[in-house]
Design a protein around this ligand. Structure first.
Ligand code: ADP
Ligand code: ZN
Length: 614
């Protein structure tokens, strides 16, 4: 094709792609790099797409698959989600199916026949299935529009999601050299990217790297006093009736927190690896399908959960690394609507995580890496500047203060704490590095406890030198001192505080220490702010009533069709309907998220519901 023709062809593809986006998926415009990616792949190019969770990766292969002749083959390790993905596409009128080990032989044969006959736009396949000779033969005798390799980071041997079958996917390039391939991942780091390119032979692929920022997520890290109670306040004041995920470190705590929330009127379900498979699967399915359930879970929960309307992710325990924290919080707000990442963090978290590393059986090298990761995480918790800047810097992305995190909205006050830290270190020293935090702080604050009297610590020169500050303030100072490595906690069973190499410079007055001023946990409701990522829809009282009615209708309809509620319409779409109150099918067509097929299936019901007298 000549240059000019090529250009014209590209333009025609762009035009058709937009038509599909609007008519089938019901969205008015492409987001970010979607349009470029779609045009590139639809015209036969290979691509490597790095986009954060919720960025909109799926459309990047779904639309080219529909534009090109033949079937788009999507390789994904997430077998449990294939049914929902296929159902969601069917709702939009796209011909999709899957091949994996959960279906019967008859079902696979039927799907294989459809593929051969060119009756499918998209076929989802598990990697181990794809690599069978039966499947490769099937593909060879069918017309393939493209290969999409989802969760492409699974090819990385150093990552925690490594799948050996992914390495063998280079076979696609060898056996189907003319079929374009698009590899997609939400993993940001450079090493993984290089590994994907090398192992999947994607040297020729064009790379599309999006910003990893999630502007609609508001980050908030509060000082922990009574974690469960603070969580309940947070849910009641900001997320009543919303779907959310609460992460805890242990199975026991998961159970306790779920019970606590239920006892206080929040519908919560537990999820952890110690539960039997049946209950676990049932809880996951309820979380996905019903509205407004809070999942209380260990990190065993979450890989591939693509529920778009998770409104908050809360951490009651400190994650081990920023990677983990970002992955977990990233499950909030995939639909681009405002969402919260909330965490309660305190002295105990620092002590516990440090101890877990010290006591682990791993080799020294591994422990050093874990320690460095924990330090970065602690740095995020204790930072005096924008949390988002801190997060993005960690992933190598420059940015500026965001205006949508707690440190931006409510800037912490710092103070020169050199004297306080000296007092603390000296109390540790004077009590011979044999006592835990509680006792040392009692000595500092001049508390006449039994233990103080027993050890005659009221005779020490440091006794009471910190009486001007509250226990909570001292705990905040101690926590930061531990986070900075100025004090360590001995894991001898007594959790005795000890000095470190770094303590000396401070005691000698050679180093100044700047700390975050303690802030009393207050119930504060931040105003939602307008970020690039979402369409704000402040509903009137009347609009809210209609929105609630639509939610009920959606619950019923989802049950009837046996699909998750969000597959029918997203919250964003229903809010827009509640705001605009379209009076006819034609008006309804203009709402973002209402495609032709959905208009046909649900349009009349919705219009009737709106017309109903309240
Ligand atoms: P990812 O796979 O990157 O995590 P998805 O493909 O699941 O993200 O998309 C996230 C959400 O954004 C989905 O609910 C999807 O329908 C929605 N979405 C994607 N592209 C657009 C768009 N151009 N306009 C509106 N919504 C979109
Ligand atoms: Zn910020």
């Amino acid at each position: 094709m000549g240059g000019l023709n090529n250009c014209a062809a590209q333009e025609a593809i762009g035009e058709q792609a937009l038509q599909l986006l609007q008519n089938v998926f019901g969205y008015p415009a492409f987001r970010g790099q979607q349009a470029e990616i779609v045009e590139h792949v639809a015209s036969g190019g290979d691509a490597l797409v790095l986009m954060p969770t919720g960025g909109g990766k799926s459309l990047c292969y779904q639309i080219p698959a529909m534009l090109r002749k033949g079937t788009g083959v999507v390789i994904s390790p997430l077998i449990a989600l294939m049914q929902d993905q296929v159902d969601a596409l069917a709702e939009a009128g796209v011909r999709a199916a899957f091949l994996n080990s959960t279906q019967s032989f008859d079902e696979s044969v039927r799907t294989e026949r459809k593929l051969r006959n060119g009756e499918l736009d998209l076929l989802y396949v598990a990697p181990e299935r794809l690599l069978t000779s039966r499947c490769l033969d099937l593909l060879a005798s069918s017309r393939i529009a493209l290969f999409a390799i989802d969760e492409a980071h699974c090819v990385s041997q150093w990552g925690h999601d490594f799948r050996p079958e992914y390495i063998k996917l280079s076979i696609l390039h060898e056996q189907f050299p003319d079929v374009p391939r698009i590899a997609l991942t939400a993993t940001a780091d450079h090493l993984t990217r290089a590994e994907i390119i090398q192992r999947l032979q994607l040297d020729e692929a064009r790379q599309f790297v999006s910003s990893f920022d999630r502007p609609n997520i508001r980050y908030q890290i509060v000082e922990k006093a009574n974690g469960r109670k603070q969580l309940l306040d947070f849910i009641e004041s900001e997320h009543a009736g919303d779907a959310g995920i609460v992460y805890c470190l242990s199975r026991k705590k998961v159970e306790e927190v779920a019970d606590f929330l239920n006892a206080n009127g929040v519908t919560a379900l537990p999820y952890h690896a110690g539960m039997d498979n049946g209950t676990r699967a049932a809880n996951q399915s309820r979380f996905l399908r019903e509205d407004g359930i809070v999942m209380v879970a260990t990190i065993a929960f979450g890989m591939g959960i693509d529920k778009p309307d998770v409104r908050f992710v809360a951490h009651l325990d400190l994650p081990k690394s920023i990677e983990g924290y970002y992955q977990e919080t990233g499950r909030a707000g995939r639909d681009g609507q405002p969402a919260d990442a909330w965490m309660a963090y305190g002295l105990q978290d620092v002590v516990q995580q440090r101890r877990m590393i010290d006591e682990s059986e791993a080799d020294e090298n591994f422990k050093r890496v874990q320690s460095a990761k924990l330090d970065a995480m602690l740095g995020l918790c204790e930072t005096l500047s924008c949390r988002r800047v801190r997060l993005l810097t960690y992933f190598g992305e420059p940015s500026s203060a965001c205006g949508n995190c707690d440190t931006c909205l409510n800037p912490p006050v710092s103070f020169n704490a050199t004297v306080e830290v000296q007092k603390l270190l000296s109390a540790v020293y004077r009590t011979e590095q044999r006592f835990g935090a509680m006792h040392v702080l009692d000595v500092l604050r001049g508390v006449d406890s039994e233990k103080v009297k027993q050890w005659r610590h009221d005779q020490l020169p440091t006794f009471g030198v910190g009486a001007d500050r509250s226990d909570a303030e001292w705990r905040a100072i101690l926590r930061q001192a531990i986070a900075m490595g100025l004090v360590t906690v001995d894991h001898d069973g007594f959790n005795a505080l000890k000095l470190t190499e770094a303590s000396r410079a401070v005691l000698r007055g050679e180093q100044q220490i700047e700390l975050r001023q303690y802030q009393k946990p207050i119930k504060q409701k931040f105003k939602p702010i307008k970020t690039k990522g979402y369409v704000e829809s402040d509903l009137s009282a009347e609009g809210q009533v209609l929105f609630d009615k639509l939610r009920w209708w959606r619950v019923e309809t989802a049950r009837k069709h046996n699909v998750p509620a969000y597959v029918i319409f997203h919250d964003a779409t229903m809010r827009e309907i509640a705001r605009v109150k379209p009076a006819s099918l034609d008006d309804l067509r203009h709402i973002s998220g209402v495609g032709e097929k959905k208009l046909e299936t649900y349009g009349a019901e919705i219009v009737a519901l709106i017309a109903e007298k309240a």
